[in-house]
Design a protein around this ligand. Structure first.
Ligand SMILES: [Zn+2]
Ligand SMILES: [Zn+2]
Length: 180
């Protein structure tokens, strides 16, 4: 449903209103996050020489696991989409074209497509990876797990000595103290 045949885009454009699932956006087997729900609403317009502009909105809820406390949490994406597709065979001339397009609209992203075929599912997949932060943390001040007893320090306190986390450094500290 998200694979668009450029030749079949009508003169007045084509509307997309899709409910996303992992298969549609090529996320089967993806382990770093899970697509819980999502929608892509967009309008496609074909321009001169088979260029295609895609404008719309991408919204999704992605399920992740916090890298510090290991609790599941949801990351929400709700962003505008503004892409300009060029057929691949024109890539050779694209450097100049890129410059023109980006000058006219800084927000626009240029993408190449092959064989009369745009896969908006692939585009959505890329947008997810671009939108996700490098580190998946449930909240910026997540306290994580105690390295000694494993308790989730967002939810409870433990009596482990704070040094326990840096046990390997203790002998070094003693050394430094001795030389003072
Ligand atoms: Zn966390
Ligand atoms: Zn502890």
């Amino acid at each position: 449903m998200l694979v668009i045949h450029v030749a079949k885009i009508p003169p007045d454009g084509q509307d997309i209103d899709a409910v996303l699932d992992p298969g549609l956006v090529h996320l089967e087997g993806e382990e770093s996050f899970e697509l819980k729900e999502g929608t892509l609403k967009a309008h496609l317009d074909k321009g001169e020489e088979n260029t295609v502009q895609v404008k719309g909105r991408l919204a999704a809820r992605l399920g992740l696991e916090c890298g510090r406390c290991l609790e599941p949490f949801t990351y929400t994406i709700d962003q505008g989409v503004d892409l300009f597709y060029l057929p691949r065979h024109r890539e050779a001339q694209a450097e100049e074209q890129d410059a023109d397009v980006q000058l006219s609209d800084h927000q626009m992203v240029v993408v190449f497509y092959d064989d009369d075929r745009l896969d908006l599912g692939e585009m959505v997949r890329e947008q997810f990876f671009l939108a996700l932060p490098m580190k998946h943390v449930c909240r910026p001040d997540c306290a994580g797990l105690c390295r000694t007893c494993g308790i989730n320090r967002n939810q409870a306190k433990c009596d482990c000595p704070p040094e326990a986390a840096d046990a390997r450094l203790t002998p070094l500290r003693k050394l430094f103290k001795g030389s003072e």
